[in-house]
Ligand binder design. Sequence first.
Ligand SMILES: [Zn+2]
Length: 310
Amino acid sequence: MNAFKRIFLLTILLYTATLVFSQNGRAAENFTSTEVADDIYVVTGPAGNTMVAADEDGLILVDGVPAQYADEYLAFVEDVTGIEHVKTLILSHWHPEVTGLNAILGPQGVEIIAHENTRQWLGTTIRERGETVVHSPMPDNTLPNRTFYWGELDVPFGNDVIQVGYLLQSHTDGDIYAWVKGADVLYTGPVIRTDSWATVDETTNGFIGGITDAYDALSRIVTEDTLVVPASGSVIGKVEFEELNAMYTALKADMVSLLRQSFGPDEVLEANPAQGLKPQWGDASAFLDEGFRSFYGHLRNGRQIGGGFP
Ligand SMILES: [Zn+2]
């Protein structure tokens, strides 16, 4: 297909998407929304999905957006819900694609909920593999101001409750999910994507074994009735969730096998155990590379990779 045809096709697709959304929800320049349950919206933008729970006395935002979209996003969700006040922001992890609202909402005194590790990462200098600075400390008044370490934390939402739970070391070491219990809508954060690979951030202790553990943990929540909202891509149900669970479990087993055969990261990329699995997701190199390197911090973890490593 030549470039002109591709652009033409893309334009048609985008136009169709806009038409669909204008029937079921609203669209702005960079955001679209769909009401997936009463007063619960999935808002999709350039960095993926966020979830908005519209309580009478204020909005509960589950994940933010990159800083350059912050103003547009806040105006959009206020327009969609008709509620101007944000009372709570819940962060699935520390990455800039979800923490760009902090600089606006933190100084306003909005409650910002996250795992304690997420607060610590946001407040410190992060260097990729000890070298390149990938994050500089954010001001204190923009950091999460309500954190937890183990277990779960409940956030009231009308007559319902949003359970926020820790997913241990998965995409990072501060990942959490947010489950609206009564409505049964589960926002998973980046351990699940339905349009791309669930990469781990090895720099802040993401771990491929933690991704499969996170699937295990979430599978105790997901039933036939659950709407699963991934960090990016379309909303799925239990069948698709279990299909992804099985795929990542098998893929991790393949990578463990390569590790035990003393493959290095470059050889794993060459062997490409992800080949043919999700061609529509594109190149799996980042997932394989970071995922494989993440084993190195866990060589004594017999449950994940078997015994026999010193
Ligand atoms: Zn991330």
